[in-house]
Design a protein. Structure first.
Length: 404
């Protein structure tokens, strides 16, 4: 798979995008570790903190098509610089927020907007426009693996910082780590591929969006990605709480999140190779179905450290590995001219599911004292997502070539 990335210029673009995603996703996917210490420090309940993080899930998705559209139109450099700076700002001011509204501003809006502007839609779109067609699939897998590696690295580091410096010091350290990614932007935002630069025979942004929203396959892709967002947000937000309910130490949660990230490195690379050999809809269906099976197995297993680590490894293999085949289907249907925008819209749907996964998880633990109903809902949605991907058509969509 990686042979198509062996040119130095291709490798630089791919690794720069992966490095930026490592930071933005590593910071974002580790926020669940802060719920308990923030609650203990501020007196805010789990439901209040979960609401702030749930709003962050939605905000992260809502900014994706906007950031993608701006990057498609004006280039990704300013979008990425602004995203990293805003992410760092959101992290830096969080320790000064002692109310639910304050957390919504810092984590629910600023941090989420910053990490979203420096995430999948802009990075994969920018890389695709600077890479030859044969390198785009494998590159998307490597870029996605960068986000997973970020989770693997950030989760145990932040847990250790929380234990040694307190959650406030860990937040400030995360802000500094975010700014350290700024030099990578110049490596990614080089000249556009000639084949893309001169491909102006398109239907225009608004007309492309209108065409996409009327396409059945695109809407089915959205529906499946919605359930993916529900699944990931529920786990990344509430897995530490599930570990605590089982009477296990916080380190089990941080290492479980790290294992998820590590396993998804391999899952992302494998997904990148699969989309060049198999139809992406079948890759997605298999991933979603595997989640339903894994949750069912988890529910009947004893709650031990080993169970959590095995569960994390299994889930991690498909965790964010859904991104390369989803982006590939969008590219096959509509081309890459507005990939940042159209893929960004699927990420918005993903995060609507993410909002519900994070917030309903907080409500469930508050009302019922455990996450039982959430596990059943997650399993049912994963099975539904597998079925919804099967009717997707991957042939290109006929588009008018008249300018908008």
């Amino acid at each position: 798979m990686l042979r198509s990335l062996n040119r130095p210029d291709i490798l630089v673009v791919t690794l720069a995008a992966a490095g930026i995603l490592m930071v933005t996703m590593g910071a974002r996917q580790s926020l669940g570790l802060f719920i308990a210490p923030i609650g203990a420090s501020t007196g805010l309940g789990i439901a209040t903190i979960s609401l702030a993080l749930a709003i962050g899930q939605f905000t992260w998705g809502a900014i994706q098509p906007v950031a993608g559209a701006v990057a498609d139109r004006f280039g990704p450099r300013a979008v990425l610089v602004g995203g990293l700076v805003i992410l760092a700002l959101g992290s830096a001011i969080t320790p000064f927020m002692g109310s639910g509204f304050g957390l919504i501003v810092s984590l629910g809006l600023l941090s989420a907007m910053g990490s979203g502007a420096g995430s999948f839609s802009v990075l994969i779109g920018a890389a695709a426009q600077r890479l030859p067609i044969e390198a785009r699939g494998p590159a998307s897998g490597v870029i996605n693996a960068g986000g997973s590696f970020g989770q693997f690295v950030f989760a145990p580091i932040l847990q250790k910082l929380i234990q040694t410096m307190g959650w406030m010091g860990a937040m400030w350290a995360m802000a500094i780590m975010t700014l350290a990614a700024l030099p990578l932007i110049g490596k990614l935002t080089g000249p556009v591929e000639t084949s893309v630069k001169h491909a102006h025979q398109d239907s225009g942004l608004l007309k492309s969006i209108n065409t996409a929203m009327k396409d059945r396959s695109y809407l089915l892709l959205h529906a499946g990605f919605f359930t993916c967002g529900f699944h990931i947000a529920f786990l990344v937000t509430h897995l530490p709480g599930e570990v605590n309910l089982c009477g296990l130490p916080p380190s089990v949660a941080s290492w479980s999140l790290a294992i998820i990230g590590l396993a998804n490195i391999f899952g992302s690379l494998y997904a990148g190779s699969c989309i060049s050999r198999f139809r992406s809809k079948y890759v997605l269906a298999a991933m979603y179905a595997s989640r339903a099976v894994l949750i069912a197995l988890y529910l009947v297993m004893p709650r031990t450290e080993l169970t959590f680590y095995l569960f994390a490894a299994g889930l991690g293999f498909t965790w964010l590995a859904t991104v390369p085949p989803t982006a590939a289907i969008v590219g096959k249907l509509f081309g890459i001219r507005y990939l940042g925008t159209l893929f960004g819209l699927t990420l918005l749907t993903h995060q609507i599911g993410g909002f519900l996964g994070a917030y309903l998880g907080g409500l469930a633990i508050t009302r019922f004292g455990d996450f039982g109903w959430m596990w059943y809902a997650d399993m049912a949605l994963a099975a539904l997502a597998a079925l919804l991907n099967l009717p997707i058509r991957e042939a290109p969509v006929a588009r008018s070539l008249a300018p908008a």
